[in-house]
Structures are given as C-alpha cells and as structure tokens.
Design a protein around this ligand. Structure first.
Ligand SMILES: *[C@@H]1O[C@H](CO)[C@@H](O)[C@H](O)[C@H]1NC(C)=O
Ligand SMILES: *[C@@H]1O[C@H](CO)[C@@H](O)[C@H](O)[C@H]1NC(C)=O
Ligand SMILES: *[C@@H]1O[C@H](CO)[C@@H](O)[C@H](O)[C@H]1NC(C)=O
Length: 374
C-alpha cells in the first residue's frame, strides 16, 4: 500500500520534473544555438583535467587505473575513474569539455570553448601544497587567464572576447588542500602553530576574497564557488585518523567552520557588487547526503575507496597494482580523496537543480536561464 502510493507519487514527480526540464531546455536552446557558452575552471585536483601532466610534480593522475571509465579508457590527469565535475557540467550546459590550459591543442576555435586552469595540490594560500613542488598556484592560474584573454582577443577581437568572458560560466574549487595539505599535513605544522582553526578559517576567507575579486576584475560575471567537501570523511583521512570508521572530527570541524564563512563571503560580495555574480555550492552537504546514507544513493560503501591500499583503501596513491573494486559505480570514493564519476554526477545534479540548501542564491539552471536573455 505504502509502496504503491509512493511509487505513483514518484511517477507524478518524475513526470513533472521531465516537463520542467523540457520547458527550461526549450528556453535555453536558442541562446546555445548562437554559440555554446564558454566555461573557465580554476582550482585543485577536484577539477584539474590534465594540467599537472605537463608539470614536474608528484600530484598527478597519469597512470592506470585512472581514466578506466573515461571514453578513451586512458588516464588523462583527471582524478577520477571517468569524468570529473567540470566534464559533467560541460555536458549539462551543452558544451564540449574544456581543454587543460597547458594543452598544445588549445588554439584557434578551441579557445572559444573556454579553458581549465586547475592544478592538483594547490590551495587558497601560496604555501599550500609546497611538497608537490611544481604546481600552478591560484594566482598563477589567474595570470594564465589573462594570457588566455590576450590570445582570445587576437583571435576574435576585443569586444567579442569581452562578451565571451562576461557570459561564460566560471567554476572555482579551492580550500580542501589548505587543510589536508597544509594545516593538517603534519602534526605541529607551521600554520597550526600560527593559527587556531577558527583564526585560520578567517585568514583563508580573507585571502579567498582577494582571489574572487580578481576573478571579477578579470571579467567573471557568473562565478560558481564550491566550498570544501566533508574532509574528515575521505578514505584517506579515515585510514589515518579514524578508529571505528567515523569521520575524523578535527577535519570535519574545520570544514564546518570554513564553509558557512565562505557562503557568507559570497553573499557579502554580491551585496557589494550589487549583482548576483557569485553563487556558492554547498559541496559539504552534497557529499554528506550520500556519505551518511550511501545505500539510498545506490552505493555499497562511502568509506572504502575503489582504488588504493591499506585500511579503507585510503593509504598512498591509486596505482596499477592497487586494489581495484569490480564495480566503480557503487563506490562513492574513487581514490583516497576524490569522488567516483557516479558521485560527481550526483553532485552536479544538485548544482544544476538543487534548492537553496545546496545552491545560493540560485542553482545553475536558474543562473544560466536568467542571463540567456541578455
Ligand atoms: C601569493 O602570491 C602572489 C603572487 O604569486 C602574491 O601576489 C600574493 O601577495 C601572495 N599572497 C600572500 C598572502 O603572500
Ligand atoms: C554496477 O552496479 C550497478 C548498480 O548496482 C549496476 O546497475 C551495474 O550493472 C553494475 N555493473 C557491473 C559491470 O556489474
Ligand atoms: C532551481 O532554483 C530555482 C530558483 O531558486 C528554484 O525555483 C528551482 O526549484 C530550483 N530547481 C529545482 C529543481 O529545485
């Protein structure tokens, strides 16, 4: 009885959703027919799609089984079994995936698609990820964005280039490494001796403000900012810090302080700029949903990584000789720190259509529809 009722209401809901989607897509389509929207990506390994493969660094995803579910079934530098967040967002906005900025293929018409400047290992702070040696820190990513814009202007002229950048979607994903690969990297790290967690979060936010204002100065007008995920729940942290499989509390606590402050910063910036330039994505909650209740989302586990070794497959890197789970789509985590493609898809679903609990002040569907009238 219960099941039947919920099944039929589910069907009504799904039908309503399908209609809503059709209506929305119908509205967006003419704009996209003119030109697909450009997409620019900044940040760390959650969104790097291959830049680090061009650099001398250990922060790389360039050996199998990375990429095992990618269309080419080859590693590409993405920290995923298949697609990563930006790939799936590109798919949703009807664009081809962006190329890594360092790719030699990024010339001519390809420039119009946008570019991905992200580099695994980096953070908000310049001293985050120093152990990875040669990575593209965020300020350097923004310099490269300027260089990109010079190249774009040569290709399509000043006015068109400006329009492309202003209309583009921008994604920026930063912050996790400032905890995992800086403050909490070793006991008594320099930053942990300098700051309490609340003070460190305040410092990160003040530095993040400068970064976001620079993105605005460089022409970003639809900028989606993701906070950190639930850092203490990653298999890599469970392996190091958890007794019974519970999420590591000090990292969780840090994320719980940092993320709301970031959301508040974004609200503040929009007030100052008198426009909804920035949108905050509550990546913490998006991840917690399936971490707390993996079965409800079709996962067998949210604790054990698909690829790795040691407890929770959370020790060391994912390498050719690591344990590899037989079915990647029933694991929330692909490696010790990064979601599987299927988990990435769940996250992007919330990014596209989530309520204000997940996307503030609006989800991506609304953001893109709103501006397509210009
Ligand atoms: C980080 O580096 C950039 C240049 O690479 C510099 O402009 C900025 O002031 C540095 N930030 C801090 C807090 O030192
Ligand atoms: C993996 O699991 C999913 C979900 O349970 C299932 O639909 C799919 O068929 C499985 N794939 C393989 C190769 O077993
Ligand atoms: C997307 O956001 C809009 C505006 O906030 C909201 O009306 C809509 O319900 C959201 N989409 C879904 C599927 O919740």
């Amino acid at each position: 009885m219960h099941t039947l009722l919920s099944m039929s209401s589910l069907r009504v809901f799904v039908t309503a959703l399908a209609i809503a989607l059709l209506v929305t897509m119908g509205r967006v389509a003419p704009d996209q027919a003119e030109a697909a929207r450009a997409f620019f990506v900044f940040g760390d390994s959650l969104v790097d799609n291959g830049n680090n493969n061009y650099l001398l660094t250990t922060a790389r995803a360039n050996s199998p089984p990375y990429g095992i579910d990618y269309p080419t079934h080859q590693p590409t530098g993405r920290f995923s079994n298949g697609l990563n967040l930006p790939d799936i967002i590109s798919e949703k906005i009807g664009s081809e995936p962006t190329l890594p900025y360092l790719s030699p293929e990024l010339t001519g018409q390809k420039l119009l698609v946008g570019a991905n400047f992200a580099s695994a290992g980096i953070g908000i702070l310049n001293d985050t990820g120093i152990q990875f040696i040669n990575i593209i820190r965020i300020w350097k990513q923004l310099e490269l964005f300027q260089e990109y814009q010079r190249r774009l202007r040569e290709h399509i002229g000043e006015a068109q280039a400006q329009r492309l950048v202003n209309n583009a979607l921008v994604l920026i994903t930063l912050g996790g490494n400032d905890f995992v690969n800086n403050y909490f990297l070793v006991p008594f790290s320099a930053r942990s001796r300098q700051f309490s967690i609340p003070d460190y979060c305040r410092y990160l936010i003040s530095e993040y403000r400068k970064i976001l204002m620079r993105v605005y100065e460089l022409g970003g007008r639809r900028v989606m900012v993701t906070g950190t995920g639930p850092l203490g729940c990653a298999p890599g942290e469970l392996a190091l810090r958890s007794r019974n499989g519970e999420c590591a509390s000090e990292l969780q606590q840090a994320a719980i302080i940092f993320n709301p402050e970031l959301a508040q910063l974004i609200q503040q910036l929009n007030i100052e700029l008198r426009a909804d330039v920035f949108v905050s994505a509550n990546a913490f909650q998006m991840n917690m949903d399936f971490i707390n209740n993996p079965q409800a989302f079709g996962f067998a586990t949210s604790k054990v990584a698909c690829c790795g070794q040691g407890p929770y497959n959370g020790i060391g890197q994912c390498k050719p000789l690591s344990n590899l789970c037989p079915n990647r789509s029933i694991y929330a985590f692909w490696d010790a720190f990064h979601p599987s493609e299927r988990a990435n898809r769940l996250i992007v679903e919330q990014i596209m259509t989530g309520s204000t609990n997940y996307m503030n002040p609006m989800n991506l569907t609304t953001l893109l529809a709103m501006h397509s009238n210009h």
